[in-house]
Design a protein around this ligand. Structure first.
Ligand code: PLP
Length: 354
């Protein structure tokens, strides 16, 4: 089978080794004569998978014992609600949010159900084409929430603010793609389906000391403390996505970790952005300084070339290049597993249009 150059925004490309190993595990897990899908999550064969899937995150992020890692269902979207349930004070709760795109706005919408939300910075009026930088977050807030990478608009926070409160970040679309001081954050969450694994599980990193301060009676499934106390086995975990996530993170660790991934991602992004900047037929939607290394959203400057471009990239074996329905144009998502050779194929196609 010849595989396509997969620029999908998520679910998306994963390392080939992950597909091969997880296919084998579905047929016969570790040679035990049973599929991964038909054994108990509490069996001696699966418990080490969950334990290692939690431990490897802390190793890759260089985090200590003051942090816990859990895997839960509900997508990153459920975290939009779990975060305020666990951090927003029951009485006069107030949080600061940065509004940088559709997903950030989704997080704001849910938080408003539990308390006051101050949007300390927003680029909504300019179609989310930049990352606001001119804001301050003081200790009057229960927490600050930001989105590190805006999957749809192709913008990325290059630096993170110093805030005087608990710091929360949705890293769904650039998790493990670049070197970050993860210890700056108290809660990090990410849906698995981009740089980690298949859809169906969300990883949450929690600094334990920030929990238990809201005065709320948190519904059980939404309570981080309960998931932590149960070693991320409060209910039946999505075993296959957790296993495939472990395989992806082991692949990352065995290939130079986040440091090496960052270099590869920078090289891919440079190749594509250089072409966009040098080819008068293409332009990005966003400001140059806020361009994402993961999701490159761009458009044609001459719509009469659309048909020719669309035929050419499809003929070149490229998949998933259409832009998000809310923005239009094109989006090249270049997650960790996408090889630079695929980016070169896209650049060659762009050069061929005239
Ligand atoms: N946050 C970001 C940055 C995303 O890109 C997405 C989905 O693409 C989400 C949240 C929502 O994730 P889920 O579909 O897992 O709920």
């Amino acid at each position: 089978m010849s595989k396509k150059h997969n620029f999908s925004a998520g679910p998306c490309i994963l390392p080939q080794e992950v597909f091969e190993k997880s296919a084998a595990a579905i047929l016969d897990f570790n040679g035990i004569g049973l599929s991964l899908l038909e054994i108990s999550h509490r069996s001696k064969d699966f418990v080490p998978v969950m334990d290692e899937a939690r431990a490897i995150v802390k190793r890759l992020m260089k985090l200590g014992d003051d942090y816990e890692v859990i895997y839960v269902g509900g997508g990153a979207s459920l975290q939009f609600l779990m975060v305020p349930f666990n951090l927003m004070k029951k009485d006069n709760g107030k949080a600061a949010y940065l509004d940088t795109g559709t997903w950030a706005a989704g997080a704001i919408k849910e938080a408003k159900k539990l308390g006051t939300v101050d949007v300390v910075g927003s680029s909504k009026e300019e179609n989310y084409s930049f990352i606001p930088k001119d804001y301050k977050v003081g200790s009057e807030y229960d927490y600050f929430h930001c989105t590190s990478n805006n999957t749809i608009y192709g913008t990325q926070m290059k630096t993170f603010p110093e805030v005087d409160t608990v710091m929360v970040c949705d890293m769904s679309s650039d998790i493990f793609s670049r070197v970050i001081d993860f210890s700056k954050f108290d809660i990090i969450y990410a849906g698995a389906q981009k740089n980690m694994g298949p859809a169906g599980v969300t990883m949450v990193v929690v600094k334990k000391s920030v929990l238990g301060k809201t005065g709320r009676d948190i519904p059980s499934y939404l309570d981080y403390s309960l998931h932590i106390a149960k070693d991320s086995m409060y209910n039946t975990p999505p075993v296959f996505p957790v296993y495939a996530t472990l395989l992806t993170l082991q692949h990352l660790e065995n290939n130079g970790g986040i440091e090496a991934a960052e270099l590869r991602n920078e090289a891919k992004a440079k190749l594509l952005y250089d072409e966009i900047d040098n080819n008068p037929l293409f332009e990005t939607f966003c400001r140059k300084e806020d361009r994402s290394l993961m999701n490159v959203s761009f458009k044609l400057t001459d719509e009469s070339k659309k048909e020719a471009f669309d035929i050419a990239w499809k003929e070149a074996g490229i998949n998933g290049l259409n832009g998000h329905r809310s923005l239009g144009g094109y989006r090249a998502s270049m997650y960790n597993a996408l090889p630079i050779e695929s980016v070169q194929v896209l650049v060659d196609v762009m050069k061929s249009i005239n």
